[in-house]
Design a protein around this ligand. Structure first.
Ligand SMILES: *[C@@H]1O[C@H](CO)[C@@H](O)[C@H](O)[C@H]1NC(C)=O
Length: 166
């Protein structure tokens, strides 16, 4: 019996190693670069650490944000924008998540080659990329709109797949 358990263990460890080889692959290299640049910013920076933070993020998103022509995002609500946590929001939106179609495609390609479950900070960043992409899809018209909508669908599929894996 013990022998069998051992074989099973070795087998499953090996299978996991081959099935999830890219589990720790870096999905947001920008966060890594940022950490090197500013040591005060943790690599897993985000709002996923506590319920209170998630609540705050929700309020930020409800308040909405503006996107300028350089794809720079800023919170609409002055009061929310003056909060300390708004700095984190700005960092994620302006320094971590991809902002143009090329970069977003690169991200979705990277994730589709990644078979493991997403890390909490990556999941959050992908959700925020989805939010950003939907803003852009609303902003643009015609062919550009179609391109943004296509990215939106790709990101949504990735999130849905991760949720159904659990
Ligand atoms: C997309 O964004 C990246 C990173 O900010 C930038 O290097 C690249 O030139 C941009 N590409 C286009 C087509 O705007």
């Amino acid at each position: 019996m013990q022998g069998r358990t051992l074989i099973l263990l070795i087998f499953s460890t090996n299978v996991c190693a081959t099935v999830f080889p890219k589990r720790n692959k870096v999905l947001f290299p920008s966060a890594q670069r940022l950490k090197r640049h500013d040591r005060a910013i943790p690599v897993n920076t985000g709002f996923h650490h506590s319920e209170e933070e998630m609540q705050l993020l929700y309020e930020f998103l409800l308040g909405g944000f503006n996107i300028d022509d350089n794809f720079h995002c800023s919170l609409k609500d002055k009061e929310l924008a003056s909060m300390r946590a708004a700095k984190k929001f700005n960092t994620i939106f302006n320094d971590i998540i991809p902002k143009n179609i090329t970069e977003i495609r690169r991200l979705t390609d990277r994730i589709s080659r990644n078979t493991g479950e997403l890390k909490p900070e990556d999941f959050e960043r992908i959700v925020l990329t989805l939010v950003y992409t939907s803003y852009q899809a609303l902003r643009f018209q015609g062919h550009q709109k179609d391109t943004w909508v296509e990215s939106l669908v790709n990101i949504f599929q990735i999130l849905k797949q991760d949720l159904t894996m659990k």
